[in-house]
Write a protein that binds this ligand. Structure first.
Ligand code: AMP
Ligand code: GLY
Length: 426
């Protein structure tokens, strides 16, 4: 089988590696990491050609923007087999206001909210909230950065005004969703959907804030791990019964044939799991830890979902653990500095169980250089989370460029929940 992966980030590199266990992969535009031949003898390549011009048996669309823009519809219009929802289903991520409406209709638990296009009623609503945290979101796409969670009412008010006036996020912010702050543990459940039913992959935890101890602004994701100790079979079953399955049914009743990933971003509260957001593609960096643990043939799984015929059962996740640490450029999540030469890529890849996933790199002057905000995802698989975490940080320490920064506490909570076992911060 030949698979075309659309996208250029860490998620797409992780997809390419997992798919290339059983298929040849060509990524567009891909990145410098997506190249070579796997130990299974399959090829990985990146090309500048648009997806429409690449002949493949299956198209897997990585990022949300081309999905919202209807790329899956255009490819299907040419008779191609596509894993990824059409523009109708992708609206779940393209408009948080619409997503909330669908959840409400389907009775799916989520934070209470209201939607506003003008500042006065938005500010009045904010002031009626019972108290912090205040949560203000852009309605439209903002690369994971359009969410403010703050204990300061004044900061929330300023944010509402900046978003609605278009100064902070352009058109994406001209409508805002203000919602109840949820307390609990975050969890990502990624389910593969064939339009009629969905099958969950291994649960993962993401790290959204840029700094240790969840400090600083939100990012696209600074690290991830899987499995998640709290997310046992019973909890994942509850997520499917109360959240994912009712959503698939609601989409169907709207005439939406959703074939792709339903990514449930959840808060596990005292009242059970509640939806923070739905995304319409694999999480980044969750894909980096979920995909290596898939126990079956990923190309076959995604092709069967794309064809509307998921198998009745899939193998359980591999009995391993995976940890991904994202290495970011100076300035991220603001404007990152680019063009710095990256040292130590080969040395990092030699640590056992480690894959150096490229997320924002480019070739320049015979070197691999930084070319984005999130640059690399150092991903390690190990026998358990402590083992995977140690390997990932050992490899991360071998990589350097001016201004590189990363969180030191990825998966620490799972390895040393009380902070008393002396688990090392690298
Ligand atoms: P989102 O892009 O909607 O996933 O939001 C980004 C991050 O902001 C989430 O991963 C949470 O950490 C936080 N967040 C979003 N909505 C809420 C909420 N209603 N209550 C508490 N935290 C939230
Ligand atoms: N890791 C968060 C996201 O992919 O949206």
């Amino acid at each position: 089988m030949k698979v075309c992966v659309v996208g250029s980030g860490g998620r797409e590199h992780a997809l390419a590696l997992a798919l290339a266990k059983s298929a040849d992969v060509v990524a567009t535009p891909g990145n410098p990491g997506i190249v070579g031949t796997t130990s299974e003898g399959h090829t990985l390549a990146s090309t500048a050609a648009p997806a429409e011009e690449i002949a493949a048996d299956l198209y897997v669309i990585g990022p949300e923007a081309p999905l919202v823009d209807g790329l899956a519809d255009r490819l299907r219009g040419h008779g191609r087999l596509v894993f990824g929802p059409g523009a109708d289903g992708a609206r779940l991520e393209g408009s948080k206001a619409w997503m909330k409406e669908v959840l409400a209709r389907a009775g799916i638990p989520t934070a209470a909210h209201a939607t506003f296009d003008t500042p006065e009623p938005a500010l009045a609503y904010l002031r009626t909230r019972t108290g912090p945290p205040y949560v203000v979101k852009t309605d439209g796409l903002a690369a994971g950065k359009g969410v403010l969670v703050t204990s300061s009412l004044a900061e929330a008010e300023d944010d509402v005004v900046a978003k609605l006036s278009g100064t902070s996020f352009g058109a994406a912010g001209r409508r805002v969703v203000i919602e109840e702050g949820l307390a609990g543990s975050e969890l990502s459940v990624l389910a593969v959907c064939d339009g009629k039913r969905a099958i969950p992959l291994a649960p993962a935890r993401d790290y959204k804030r840029v700094g240790d101890g969840d400090s600083g602004p939100n990012t696209g994701g600074m690290g991830a791990f899987s499995p998640v100790p709290l997310a046992d079979g019973a909890l994942v079953g509850r997520v499917m019964d109360e959240i994912v399955d009712p959503l698939v049914a609601a989409l169907r009743s709207d005439g939406i044939d959703y074939r792709g990933v339903l990514y449930a971003g959840l808060m596990v509260t005292g009242d059970g799991p509640k939806v923070i957001e739905f995304n319409v593609r694999f999480g980044d960096p969750e894909a980096q830890v979920v995909l290596p643990r898939y126990g079956g043939d990923l190309a076959v799984l995604l092709a069967s979902a794309a064809a509307g015929r998921l198998p009745a059962d899939v193998p359980p996740p591999r009995p391993t653990a995976a940890v991904c640490v994202v290495l970011a450029a100076e300035g991220y999540p603001g404007t990152p500095r680019t063009g710095d030469v990256i040292d130590g890529l080969d040395a990092a890849g030699q640590v056992g169980g480690v894959q150096v996933i490229h997320a924002g790199t480019a070739h320049a002057g015979g070197h691999v250089v930084t070319a984005g905000g999130r640059i690399l995802g150092i991903t390690a698989e190990g026998v358990d989370l402590a083992d995977a975490r140690e390997r990932a940080y050992a490899a991360a320490a071998r990589v350097s460029w001016p201004g590189v920064h990363y969180r030191r506490d990825v998966a620490l909570v799972a390895v040393d929940p009380a902070g008393t076992a002396g688990a090392k911060r690298p």
